[in-house]
Write a protein that binds this ligand. Structure first.
Ligand SMILES: C[S@@+](CC[C@H](N)C(=O)[O-])C[C@H]1O[C@@H](n2cnc3c(N)ncnc32)[C@H](O)[C@@H]1O
Length: 279
């Protein structure tokens, strides 16, 4: 497999939520704005390419779906999957956890958690919300009887929890491809206490000791996800932007969940919560 890095030009006003959703649904990775030049916006994205999926087809689809938008390809280049992995997975240390790309594996590194990527699942990019969760897990979790990692992405938070305890950890992820990535990360770290569920809700979990959820506010708001009406002792939540702080605080309060501590990183919130419903 190869990865195509494509740079696009569009009108500043044409770059909206619908366009971003299109790229997400087309399995694009690392969509980023490069620069704004006058009325135009230059953005870039990475696509896994196959014979079924060329940049021309992508542009045709874009034009068909958004006939009123003016989008053109400025440049494109192909890189190998290995090069792409080297660009995307970087070593990282947060609190007591150290992560390294699997291709940097050396002997006798007992405490390192290795990461590989198959599809670029969320968790490889050292995102502030991932870091916030890792910091909270590192500082506040010393042991547990059971844990849920809701919205596990590449499994980075589950893998960290597995460094703390051999107790069962349920990783819940809506994207099947991401589940395969979690499975692979468990394999390369010889971890056998993470149980992966390809689903979008946690209603099948009766009660859990630690609940970790790094998902957007919309998922916390969605009652069918079951996050806020589940029974847990300690919750580690992130994925909500600072500007939505009050909405999130109200939502937790309405669900009788008490905030213990709140943290911020680069405009994102992380909260440590106790669930009052269990008392
Ligand atoms: C912000 S990422 C977090 C990934 C990883 N836990 C981390 O901290 O880096 C959110 C993840 O939740 C998944 N997700 C979103 N809504 C979900 C839902 N209702 N059920 C299960 N997974 C969901 C997404 O596919 C994505 O992988």
């Amino acid at each position: 497999m190869k990865i195509k890095i494509i740079t696009f030009k569009t009108k500043l006003t044409d770059f909206d939520k619908k366009l971003v959703s299109f790229f997400i649904l087309e399995n694009c990775k690392n969509l980023q704005i490069i620069e704004i030049v006058g009325e135009n916006l230059i953005f870039q994205s990475e696509f896994p390419i196959s014979p079924r999926n060329s940049s021309k087809e992508l542009l045709d689809k874009l034009t068909k779906i958004f006939p009123d938008k003016n989008i053109e390809i400025v440049s494109e280049r192909d890189i190998s999957l290995e090069e792409w992995k080297k660009m995307r997975i970087k070593s990282l240390t947060v609190g007591k956890f150290t992560f390294k790309p699997i291709f940097e594996k050396e002997e006798r590194e007992e405490n390192v958690i290795y990461l590989d990527t198959l599809v670029g699942a969320f968790g490889i990019d050292n995102h502030p919300t991932t870091i916030l969760c890792l910091e909270m897990i590192s500082n506040f979790v010393n042991s547990f009887k059971s844990a849920v990692d809701f919205g596990s992405g590449n499994g980075i938070l589950s893998l960290s929890l597995a460094k703390i305890s051999k107790s069962p950890i349920i990783a819940i992820e809506v994207f099947y491809n991401y589940c395969l990535e979690i499975k692979n990360n468990c394999r390369i770290n010889n971890i056998d206490n993470i149980f992966i569920f390809n689903t979008d809700c946690m209603s099948f979990v009766k009660e859990v000791d630690i609940l970790v959820a790094n998902v957007p506010l919309s998922v916390f708001l969605d009652k069918t996800s079951g996050i806020l009406n589940s029974k847990f002792n300690l919750g580690i939540f992130s994925g909500v932007k600072k500007q939505d702080k009050q909405k999130f605080v109200d939502l937790l309060e309405n669900n009788h969940i008490a905030i213990d501590q709140m943290f911020e990183k680069e405009g994102w919130l992380g909260v440590l919560v106790r669930n009052n419903k269990k008392k």
